[in-house]
Each structure stands twice: as C-alpha cells, then as structure tokens.
Design a protein around this ligand. Sequence first.
Ligand code: FES
Length: 168
Amino acid sequence: TADKMPPLEGDILVHAEESKEGRPITVADLSTQLVRAWAMGKDEDGNDVIRKGDPNNILALYRFPQGQLVAPTNLEATVDGQIVAYSDICTHAGCSVSDSDINAGQMRCPCHSGEYDPKRGAIVTGGPPPKPLAQLPIRQDGDRLVVAGFFLTPPYPYHNSEAEWNNV
Ligand code: FES
C-alpha cells in the first residue's frame, strides 16, 4: 500500500516528530541538528499519504553551512550543497540513528554505538555498521523539499539482498 512504499520521486518531505507530524519541512526548519522526516506522496485515489506504514522509511535531514558537506556525500543530490537527506535506519541491525551526545557532529546509533558522519556521506566512523546510511536525493521546490529520486544505495534492510530490494 502507498503508506508502506519507500520515498518516491516527487514526494514532499514532512516532519516526523509527533507534535508537527505531516507538516511540510522548510529550509528554515533545518540545522546541524538532526530533523526526522517522512516522505508524503499520494495514494491510488490521489489523497496525501505519509509513508510511515514501514518504519524503515524514516529519514534524517541536516542543513550545514556552505562548504561543510563534503565527499563522499553526493552533492548533486543535496539542496545547494547544504541540505542532505539520509535513511535514518542503522545499516547494522535497523535501529533509528540520532545525533551523538558523545562525539559532536557525529550521528550515533543507540543500539550498539554505531557512528556515522553526516557531513561525509554518513560514512561509518565507529562501531559495527557495515556501510554508510543511504543518501536520498532531494531538491527544493518553492518552500518545500521534494524527493528527487531513489536512494543512491539500498538502505537497510535491503542492502543484503538485491533481489528483495528490486521487489520493493
Ligand atoms: Fe545500529 Fe547495531 S543497530 S549499531
């Protein structure tokens, strides 16, 4: 069903935090602190649907000052080299990743202390995760942030099974 589909091109990014869930995310809402998001698309009848039926669809958004986002981040898939979106699901065993309260500027997984660097393509900087968080291409459309294409690499839980991913 539409609510379980992964983020698709043309979807709008909306807040996942309960107090403002479903509200479109604007550039001004974002900073160097993680903001969690869902993609919102349309169902078969053309009604808005938040794609949160699969918890693995949760996203992590950041906005960094110009020049701080660097390779291997795919800058073409960011907004102005400043706003980046990743899957927020740890590639180790699927927990939701947060800002680290231990290592400033890093992301940290609460389950087994996996760490990622959101300024460098969410590469693994510590712990057991086998690969970076998947980056989701985004673009800006007026006040809104819009999904610009499919994840650049298969996010958890699909990264071990290309066949499974292709069935999504
Ligand atoms: Fe994230 Fe294990 S699930 S480190």
